[in-house]
Structures are given as C-alpha cells and as structure tokens.
Design a protein around this ligand. Structure first.
Ligand SMILES: [Mn+2]
Length: 336
C-alpha cells in the first residue's frame, strides 16, 4: 500500500490553486494547521487561500496576519463571485464531518477537483477523495508537520510558529493526556526553528481584556454552593456589565470555573444581558445530570455535559425556577 503521506504529496504537487478550509468556530489547531499548509504550498509555488466558515477569532488572528495568509470569510454567507471551481484542490483540516462544515456541502458536491481531509478526529464521514486521518495525533498540526517534513518543506519560523500554535491549542500547552512523545519531539524541533514560545504564551494565555477579568471577578463573588456543595450557581447582572464595561461574550468560559471544585457536579450561570431580552442560563455537568434533558423543561437544549436555555422572566424568577428544578434533581440523585 502506498504511503498515505506520499499520496497526498503527489496530489498537492500537481495542483496550481488550493482552497484550505476548516471547521466552524476555528481554534488554534484549525487555524495553525491551515496557515502552515498555505505557507508550505506557497513555498512550492502553489497558490493557496483559506475559506473560513466563521470570523477569524481575535485571539488567533496574529497567525494569519503575520504570515499574510489570504482568507475568505463566509460566516454571513458565500458571496456570488465565490466559485469553488476556481480551485483544483480542496483541503479540509481538523474535521471530517459535515455538521462541522455548515454551508459547505453544496460547494463540495459541485466541486470538480480533488478533495482531501487531514484530521485527527475519530468521527469521520467518508466523502473526501483522499483522507489522512490519524486519531493518535494530539493535533492536526502534528499531521501537517509530518506531511511537510516528507515533502521537504523548509521549516521556517512562520511555518514553525503556525504548527506550534496548533499543538499548544489542542494540548493545553502540552498538559492534556493527548500529548505524546511525538508531540514533544516536534515541539523541540519547532523551537529550534525559532518559535518564540514566551511571546506565544503571552498572546494566547495572557492577552485578555481587563473588562473581561473584572466581570469574572464580580461573577465569582456571586458564587453560591447548594445541595451539599454539589450545585454551583453564579450570576451576572446587567449592572455588572455596566460597571465593568464588559459584554455578554465576556461571560465565555466563566461557567467552567466552579467545576474546579471537587464536589461540584453541576454549574449554572445566569446572565442578564445588558441590552435586555431573556435571561440566559447555561448548565455544565460533570455528574449524572444530563444537561440537554434538563434544559428541555425550559425550552432549551444542548449536549449531555453542556446546555443552555433562555427564560423570559426576571433574573430572580429565573434563578428561583432553575434552582428549584435542580434541587429536585439532587434530592433524588444518590451518586456522590
Ligand atoms: Mn484539532
């Protein structure tokens, strides 16, 4: 059997114009892998552009801007002058499933060129002409790095930086269990190629706006522990947004903080949006509570471990209703 990497290299070598895309709400692995691939293609004299299904996140925008990566943003829809058949190859990185690629399917179906998936996720839908899927890889960036190595692409500092961002994003800066010896050996190579790890650490982990942290401080001051410390409850009031000059987006990740407490099984965050409208309630569970099921009684939904709902009522009433329902759950839940 011909080596998978060689097959992809042969395919890419014979193309002139490549479109690289990745999953919706792209993370550092999605963007770093895309950037590294575009830079490699460019070094081989092949034109390449990225198609983003969501806006480029501010946190990782430096990856694209510093390397002058061209991208098309279709979060609000494909423009009429976009034609997928302007490209002869489409590479999808960091996903292989349609649900992660909203809006893309009709374009792929109309595409006359070659489709390639490069990914490390277990879940795949079998639609691409070529698939380079390695579930053991901690990040798609690892697979891209191996591909570039076999293709004799010079590991310059920009490519190395893009791959490093991919690795640290998916491994929590090499802390998660997915980190393997290969990951660390690759990281060493990337640092040797000139990656400024201190700068990247600051850009990724020490780059929050003060407003966000001030809002988190107020939210954490509202933390209450109920049901024998199994239920954590936090709220962000309209006044908190006004006092800190933060926005609703700044509540992101807040709900995960109480889950750090050993006894906490369910974390609830109530948000009273500054611009008015329904109270947003988010649920996270690390215990038996199925958040999606639970949120349904409030016309919400989501996943087993994470869900949300909107309640057209006051913050106080929303809090009362959600707590009452959760106390019922804990009264019958014997798992401790
Ligand atoms: Mn990934």
């Amino acid at each position: 059997m011909k080596d998978l990497y060689q097959t992809i290299i042969e395919r890419l070598s014979s193309t002139k114009k490549v479109l690289v895309t990745t999953h919706v709400r792209p993370d550092g692995d999605a963007l770093g892998s895309s950037a590294a691939l575009v830079l490699a293609l460019r070094s081989k004299g092949i034109q390449a552009k990225v198609l983003l299904l969501s806006h480029l996140p501010t946190k990782y925008s430096f990856v694209f801007r510093e390397s002058e990566i061209d991208w098309i943003d279709v979060e609000t829809g494909f423009s009429n002058d976009f034609s997928v058949n302007d490209y002869d190859t489409l590479v999808v990185v960091d996903t292989g499933t349609w649900s992660q690629l909203p809006g893309l399917k009709p374009y792929v179906q109309a595409f006359r060129g070659t489709t390639i998936v490069i990914d490390h996720h277990q879940t795949q839908e079998d639609w691409a002409d070529e698939k380079l899927v390695i579930p053991e890889a901690a990040a798609t960036g690892e697979i891209v790095a191996e591909l570039l190595e076999q293709w004799d692409v010079d590991l310059d500092v920009r490519i190395a930086t893009s791959i490093f961002v991919a690795l640290v994003s998916d491994t929590g800066w090499f802390q998660f269990s997915s980190t393997r010896p290969f990951t660390l050996r690759l990281a060493a190579q990337l640092i040797e190629a000139g990656v400024d790890t201190d700068r990247l650490y600051q850009l990724i982990y020490q780059n929050e706006r003060a407003e966000r942290l001030l809002l988190h401080t107020l939210a954490m001051q509202s933390l209450e522990l109920l049901a024998d410390n199994r239920l954590a409850l936090m709220q962000v009031r309209r006044r908190d947004f006004l006092d800190t000059d933060a926005g609703v987006n700044d509540t992101e990740n807040l709900i995960n903080i109480p889950l750090q407490i050993r006894t906490v099984q369910v974390s609830v965050l109530l948000v009273e949006p500054p611009e008015g409208g329904p109270i947003r309630v988010s649920f996270r569970s690390k215990g038996t509570l199925n958040c999606a099921r639970f949120a349904e009684q409030f016309q919400g939904g989501g996943h087993h471990r994470a869900a949300g709902a909107k309640l057209e009522t006051s913050l106080e009433t929303a809090r009362h209703r959600v707590v009452a329902a959760l106390m019922d759950h804990f009264a019958t839940d014997q798992s401790l």
